[in-house]
Design a protein around this ligand. Structure first.
Ligand code: JFH
Length: 249
């Protein structure tokens, strides 16, 4: 897939895009990311991208003309129009379902803002506004990197097949089970015996139960939509409702 990013801070992207799995996804050709300096589409001597808000109020807003010009250029690059996303605290909350939707587009354009947000006429060019969570950042660049990372790892060939298969098994909407590696005892804390038993059926059952437990304890909001057996639903309910203790192995 191809991703174009429009930003006034292009320098924020290179180090993150080059690092780790994301860097391999890009150098391996699974995703093609181009970062564009919004100031290329300004016309004045100071390359202005912001202006005072009509009606007064604090701070500055992104002015519409450079973003419109930039988007016109992006669209002209290709016969099939890209899906245009604007990062914004007012957007649709990003979750794995939305990541999967976006990962299926052959072309994305991501508009990052700065200052106190956008002239509303910029938003009229967006197919979707996206928020990465209910907190306020100083701009849309970090959200854009979060989006690129989440979408890139779903491109064919980016993850190993064991990792991709692991994604599938969590699509039943539960948090992950606790994981351990060597040593079997660390500062007095022992790895649960079941994981050392070699009994794969018991291990799978333990992991499943711990996933349900963690989800009920930490994210009761996810329990309603998780795919649970009647027994698992009852176990989850007892954790969410009651303050009684629940045995661990
Ligand atoms: C962004 C910024 C808005 C004003 C609370 C009340 C008034 C500062 C562009 C996304 C997520 C962002 C995000 C995305 C794009 C931009 C900074 C916006 C206000 C704040 C102040 C500019 C922030 N999930 N968090 N933040 N800003 N608001």
């Amino acid at each position: 897939m191809r991703i174009d990013i429009i930003t006034v801070l292009p320098d924020m992207f290179e180090p993150v895009l080059q690092a780790s799995i994301l860097g391999r996804a890009i150098s391996g050709g699974a995703v093609d990311v181009a970062v564009h300096d919004l100031r290329e589409w300004t016309a004045d001597r100071h390359r202005t991208t912001d202006d005072y808000p009509f009606g007064g109020g604090p701070g500055m807003v992104m002015k519409p003309e450079p973003v419109h010009q930039a988007l016109d250029a992006m669209v002209d690059l290709d016969p099939q129009p890209p899906f245009v996303v604007v990062m914004s605290p007012q957007g649709r909350p990003l979750d794995q379902a939305l990541v999967r939707e976006l990962a299926a587009h052959p072309r994305l354009v991501i508009v990052c803002g700065r200052y106190e947000g956008f002239d509303d006429r910029i938003l009229s060019r967006a197919d979707l506004e996206i928020s990465i969570g209910d907190y306020v950042l100083t701009g849309g660049e970090l959200p854009a990197l979060v989006l690129v990372d989440s979408v890139a790892r779903l491109q064919p060939g980016v993850l190993g097949c064991t990792e991709s298969a692991a994604d599938e098994s969590f699509s039943d909407g539960l948090l992950e089970y606790p994981q351990y590696t060597r040593p079997a005892e660390f500062e007095g804390m022992r790895v649960p015996d079941v994981l050392l038993s070699g009994d794969h059926a018991r291990i799978a059952a333990w992991r499943r139960r711990e996933s349900v437990r963690r989800t009920a304890e930490r994210r009761p909001d996810l329990i309603a939509r998780a795919h649970l057996s009647p027994e698992e639903a009852e176990f989850a309910r007892s954790i969410v409702e009651g303050s009684e203790t629940h045995e661990r192995d």
